[in-house]
Ligand binder design. Structure first.
Ligand code: FMN
Length: 212
């Protein structure tokens, strides 16, 4: 295979991909074709992983009862989060749409096999949590690959993870990491929704590094 040369125009597009990747909560109901979704998941598996353990596990939720139970899980977890807030902040929080579970045509739960045989334990003896980080790398790969194809992804973490595992009949050594809503976005934006709604701002100079 020829080693690729990434042209300045590709790098410009890549930068735009990073800038325009959004957490999406507003979806069209039309589904993403299976071939496209499968290609996306296939590409996602190129993510790096500790010891080449590939510990990510994607679960595509098909049964309406399970989707409904996950929605209920979100509603209850979100209500608990709201209860813990007061005053203006609580009012503001209550106005935020923090999941696109109602409209998104695809629900994908992501797990990490916390003790995979693949990789033979390389790289995780002193830092076992590196399997989890590897699976999160795959989520980010999925997110970017989806955005590049005009497909939106919304990460929902306002959930009770143990209840999620029970709802989805998941085996004990899989750790729940994320619930992804996937579909075609209703709108595009180059800034986070939470910023546009005044909840939080991206650090304008993006300086999150120090020197030692
Ligand atoms: C680990 C993780 C968990 C998140 N959980 C939620 C969530 O439960 N609900 C939500 O609306 N957004 C969630 N988000 C999306 C963030 O709010 C979003 O990434 C952030 O506001 C920046 O916006 P952007 O992704 O559009 O750049 C989550 C993102 C990450 C990385």
């Amino acid at each position: 295979m020829t080693v690729p040369v990434f042209t300045p125009s590709f790098l410009k597009d890549l930068d735009r991909l990073f800038v325009w990747r959004r957490d999406v909560r507003h979806f069209h109901s039309s589904p993403v074709p299976d071939t496209v979704l499968n290609a996306l998941l296939y590409e996602t598996c190129l993510a790096p992983s500790v010891g080449l353990s590939e510990p990510w596990r994607f679960v595509l939720i098909k049964t309406p009862e399970r989707k409904e139970a996950m929605k209920q899980n979100f509603i209850e977890s979100n209500a608990r989060d709201l209860e813990g807030r007061c005053g203006e902040e609580a009012k503001h929080y209550a106005t935020l749409k923090l999941s696109g579970m109602d409209e998104a045509p695809h629900h994908i739960a992501v797990f990490c096999d916390i003790n995979p045989t693949q990789g033979r334990g390389l790289g995780r003896a002193s830092m076992p949590e590196t399997t989890t980080w590897s699976a999160v790398m795959a989520i980010h790969t999925f997110w970017l690959a989806a955005t590049a194809r005009g497909i939106g992804v919304g990460w929902v973490s306002i959930l009770d993870p143990e209840l999620a595992c029970r709802t989805l009949s998941i085996e004990p050594n899989w750790r729940f990491l994320a619930y992804l809503c996937v579909g075609y976005p209703q709108k595009s934006a180059c800034t986070p929704e939470l910023e546009r709604l005044g909840w939080e701002r991206r650090n304008p100079n993006r300086r999150k590094w120090i020197y030692r």
